[in-house]
Design a protein around this ligand. Structure first.
Ligand code: CMC
Length: 489
């Protein structure tokens, strides 16, 4: 069945040219053609042209004639659902009804295991092949070869910055690292053993109160201003949370240092007048941040997009994203890996631990991924970084336990058959620990790295004319109408 796309201003309309035009399958807002002949004249011009709408950056396949034929066994009726980019639109299912007052067919997909919530041009993952690309560049071509800030620009703007863009971007970020002095007062109010992720989530949300103008979420200049602030202030909030827990005075940003170097400065500076980061550790942090910078529609990014879809400012949406990241199944896993390695205690205990995992008592933290079913390319790069870091810090004794866990797991049918491999969190924690970061800071480091990805996805969502407030449906399985005792029923 031929499909033609019409583009007008910011709207993109798809028309299915068949006997059903203008009826069930006409997608998009109601069209301005008041008379059928006007409509047909315009379609005739466009027939076969199928050019991409000018306002889209998503590389849509506009030439598809593919459809999915669905036959409803309840009614015997068949439906042709257009297939674009290997997907059908869930809303096209709504026409499948048993009667006029039937609401129409829903798709049921708990945990969004097979549902695309957006079109995105930012990050590409092929989980079977272990491919991760930011804006088309393979992760191994970026990590360690381009700076984290250049990669952030790439994610946000779509291309690598040239020399002058790179310098002015780094300058802008470095000049937005300070936070209002009142932020220190909030942090002071936290208990001495407050988890730094709790502090980070709270202070991110609190930034919303300092920048009320950020509510102009559809103004691109205003968006860009908040992007710079959020990327600039993340390491400051993170380092302040850490220093509060340690009872150390806050160390202010140093705008002469790189992004990673300044973060190390704010974490570690003591009495020396100027802190000089170890270049190997500075480089390692930069690589780790790059590896975490985006990962398409993961749990926290989905939170960022979903919360921001209500029109709330990016500080509050980023606080929600950071909260999602904190969970042990997501960015909190690196913390859990360290706890697990300590619990295992020695290489001799590894087989016993694996047995407990296989019995279902525990999960092997840092293993498995919703998308990667072969290997996680970030984990491969991280192993290389670990070697460089250990040359400076000395070898982390937990590494031997990790290597043994990996060795046994990769040979065991339980893990092989379920396609469970080490993910990014399996080795990152070991590196962070060797660098002297407390375990509770691991998810915070993940959050600093992920901020550009959250922001790029937020901006992309805000510019997408198809996006609306995120509001899934449900399948109600509760009681039908009930009455309180004594009421007529
Ligand atoms: N240890 C032991 N068994 C596991 C593990 C694990 N780490 N992960 C999955 N399984 C088993 C699970 O029990 C299930 O087995 P069965 O089919 O017999 O019931 C099967 O594998 C499929 O698991 P699932 O929970 O349906 O898989 P999922 O895609 O929903 O979950 C995951 C993905 C990452 C949440 C999960 O693998 C996990 O919990 N891993 C440990 C936590 C972790 O390392 N998270 C960090 C992910 S990478 C960083 C990030 O981007 O967030």
């Amino acid at each position: 069945m031929p499909v033609v796309y019409l583009s007008h201003g910011r709207h993109r309309w798809r028309m299915i040219l068949s006997g059903l035009v203008g009826r069930d399958l006409l997608a998009g807002p109601s069209l301005a053609w008041d008379r059928p002949e006007n409509f047909l004249a315009e379609v005739k011009d466009l027939w076969g042209v199928c050019r991409p709408p000018i306002d889209t950056a998503y590389g849509l396949d506009m030439t598809t004639n593919d459809t999915l034929r669905v036959t409803d066994s309840r009614t015997g009726r068949s439906y042709e659902l257009p297939i674009v980019d290997g997907a059908i639109r869930a809303i096209d299912l709504r026409q499948i009804k048993t009667s006029d007052d039937d609401f129409g067919m829903l798709s049921y997909d708990p945990a969004f295991q097979n549902t695309a919530s957006c079109r995105s041009a930012i990050t590409f993952i092929d989980g079977e092949k272990g491919i991760l690309r930011y804006r088309g560049y393979p992760i191994d071509a970026l990590a360690g070869k381009a700076s984290f800030l250049d990669v952030a620009w790439l994610l946000l703007r779509g291309d690598m910055p040239d020399k002058s863009e790179s310098a002015s971007w780094a300058h802008q970020i470095a000049h937005h690292t300070y936070v209002h002095e009142n932020v220190k007062k909030f942090i002071d109010g936290f208990h001495h053993d407050a988890h730094p992720m709790g502090i980070l989530v709270s202070t991110l949300a609190a930034l919303s109160t300092f920048y009320p103008e950020a509510k102009a979420v559809h103004d691109r200049d205003c968006q860009d201003q908040q992007v710079v602030r959020l990327i600039g202030k993340m390491p400051t909030l993170a380092a302040f949370a850490y220093r509060h827990a340690r009872g150390l005075p806050y160390a202010y940003p140093d705008d002469e240092l790189s992004y990673a170097g300044n973060f190390l400065n704010m974490m570690r500076k003591m009495t020396e007048p100027k802190y000089s980061p170890d270049p190997v550790l500075e480089h390692a942090i930069d690589v780790l941040l790059t590896l975490h910078a985006d990962h398409e529609q993961n749990c926290s990014t989905n939170a960022m997009r979903g919360v921001a879809s209500s029109g709330v400012d990016p500080y509050l949406a980023a606080a929600a994203a950071a909260a999602a990241l904190y969970g042990p199944l997501h960015g909190g896993a690196n913390e859990q890996v360290l706890n697990m390695l300590r619990e295992v205690g020695s290489v001799q205990n590894v087989p016993g631990y694996i047995k407990r995992v296989k019995s279902g008592e525990l999960r092997l933290m840092g293993f498995g991924h919703r998308v990667y079913k072969n290997f996680d390319p970030r984990a491969t790069i991280i192993k290389g970084v670990a070697d460089e870091v250990f040359e400076v810090t000395g070898r982390n004794p937990l590494l031997d336990i990790a290597l043994e866990l990996e060795r046994i797991a990769l040979e065991d049918d339980y893990f092989v058959s379920r396609k469970l491999y080490p993910n990014v969190d399996f080795y990152s924690g070991i590196i962070y620990q060797a660098m002297g970061f407390p375990v509770a800071m691991f998810p915070v480091l993940f959050a600093i790295g992920r901020m550009p990805g959250w922001l790029a996805q937020w901006q992309e969502g805000a510019a997408d004319s198809e996006q609306k407030i995120a509001r899934p449906r449900q399948i109600y399985v509760g009681e039908t109408l009930r009455h309180l005792d004594g009421e007529d029923g």
